[in-house]
Design a protein around this ligand. Structure first.
Ligand code: PLP
Length: 429
């Protein structure tokens, strides 16, 4: 990337790759934020996905239904509100590899985590611990520790944190298995991410769930950074539950309605749960009787009637995923992220370390970057990129996260990032 000739070649190569991309047209279905006379290089879909063009009309349609039909819109109109959450069910199940009755769109992520722990974290004197990775997303840490205290236990003795044992603080499968083998009989719940938010590492859900269940533990996954990013097979993984949010890779807008998976084997189980009328048996919900009888499946954990204005963007987004297909998206994602990683290795190796695993099967689209010069240099590069309209995000103390997402990013975006970082390094030198 040192001479003008190199640059022209790199640019031609990136454009050729983008021209050959069978999913290229999906970019036009998103609104890319402006920067100067052009567009941002938006590499922050891991934090807030971009707005699909169709979302605005979907919201206006619901406002019109409210205006024109009012209460009758529950049963009439293009997308009747009463069964509205069923409209997202099939595509949601397809996306996470679940049976339709195993998934439901409801609440927000941390709320769902609490609801699932109410049912699946049932500590006893002998078995009271929760196993997590060291340094999980703070909301998960707070939720988990508060559940431990709620049951009268102490996180100091009931929280088992698996530390990173690989470069970049990634965690090997062997390390998780060692902790499970050593402490399994006192672990009530294993709660790990599908993709770790800070490192971008993918966890082997099936392998973890099998080992945890062999030890008699319940197992749940937080898929905030995995859903819409990597292919999932939740039913086959055998986990008891999973939760995720919909505003990151699922592009459903800030604070969007989250998701929840409960394995089929619990569909009719008499599990303790926090109940609400929307989880009541649908055939008798409106007889308004005093006794709660849950609807079978994940629907039985619903509390309230769903927020239609927040579900409409999810419906639009899931339809895009269905059309693109997760297998094709993954194929493009592996290529896009590998391309960016290659540029960093070839041209920026003296400036940047990559914390994310190198093997594509152990990561999604995110790369976590650390500037070798330390935190201040990292902040300076991050701010330089921002001024150029190249948007990633910063995670304290020293990590820049960038995520080329296959629905709307291009190889050219990766090249713009690498060029800009290289120009910054050359100027600083
Ligand atoms: C994004 C994220 C959250 C955010 O929680 P909300 O309840 O949606 O605010 C929680 N946990 C993880 C792992 C996340 O990545």
């Amino acid at each position: 990337m040192n001479s003008a000739i190199d640059l022209a070649e790199l640019e031609a190569d990136a454009r050729a790759r983008d021209d050959a991309d069978p999913l290229a047209s999906f970019r036009d279905e998103f609104l890319i934020p402006p920067h100067g006379d052009g567009q941002q290089v938006y590499l922050c879909g891991n934090s807030l996905g971009l707005q699909p063009r169709a979302t605005r009309q979907a919201l206006l349609d619901e406002l019109d239904a409210w205006r024109d039909l009012a209460v009758e819109a529950h049963f009439r109109g293009k997308h009747p509100w009463m069964p509205y959450h069923n409209e997202v069910r099939a595509h949601l199940a397809e996306l996470v590899g679940a049976l339709p009755a195993e998934v439901v769109a409801m609440n927000s992520l941390t709320v769902n985590l609490h609801l699932m722990m109410a049912s699946f974290y049932r500590p006893t004197r002998e078995r009271h611990a929760i196993l997590i990775e060291k340094g999980p997303f703070p909301s998960d840490q707070y939720a988990i520790e508060s559940q431990i205290r709620f049951h009268g236990f102490d996180p100091a003795t009931s929280l088992i944190e698996v530390p990173g044992d690989e470069p970049g603080q990634c965690i090997s499968d062997a390390s998780i298995e060692r902790v499970l083998d050593a402490h399994g009989t006192r672990i009530a719940l294993v709660l790990l991410p599908g993709v770790q938010y800070r490192t971008g590492q993918v966890f082997d859900l099936k392998r973890i769930a099998a080992r945890a269940r062999a030890q008699g533990c319940r197992v749940g996954f937080d898929l905030a950074h995995a859903v819409g990013n990597v292919p999932l097979a939740l039913h086959d993984s055998g986990c008891d539950f999973s939760v995720w949010c919909s505003y990151k890779y699922l592009n459903s807008g800030p604070g969007a309605v989250a998701g929840c998976f409960v394995h089929e084997r619990h569909a009719r189980a008499d599990l303790p749960r926090f109940a609400g009328w929307w989880g009541h048996d649908q055939s008798t919900r409106f007889t308004m009787g005093p006794e709660f009888s849950p609807t079978p499946g994940a629907d039985g954990w619903q509390l309230s009637n769903p927020p239609i204005l927040a579900l409409a963007p999810l419906r639009v987004s899931l339809e895009l995923f269905h059309r693109a297909g997760m297998a094709r998206l993954r194929e493009k994602s592996v290529a896009l992220t590998g391309y960016l990683e290659g540029l960093i290795h070839q041209h920026l190796a003296e400036l940047i370390d990559i914390l994310t695993p190198r093997q594509s099967e152990r990561r999604g689209c995110q790369l976590s970057l650390r500037v070798k010069g330390g935190r201040e240099a990292g902040r300076a590069l991050f701010e330089h990129l921002g001024r150029q309209g190249i948007i990633g995000d910063w995670r304290e103390p020293d990590t820049i996260r960038v995520a080329p997402v296959p629905l709307y990013n291009r190889h050219l975006d990766g090249l713009r990032l690498a060029r800009s970082a290289k120009a910054w390094a050359d100027r600083a030198a």
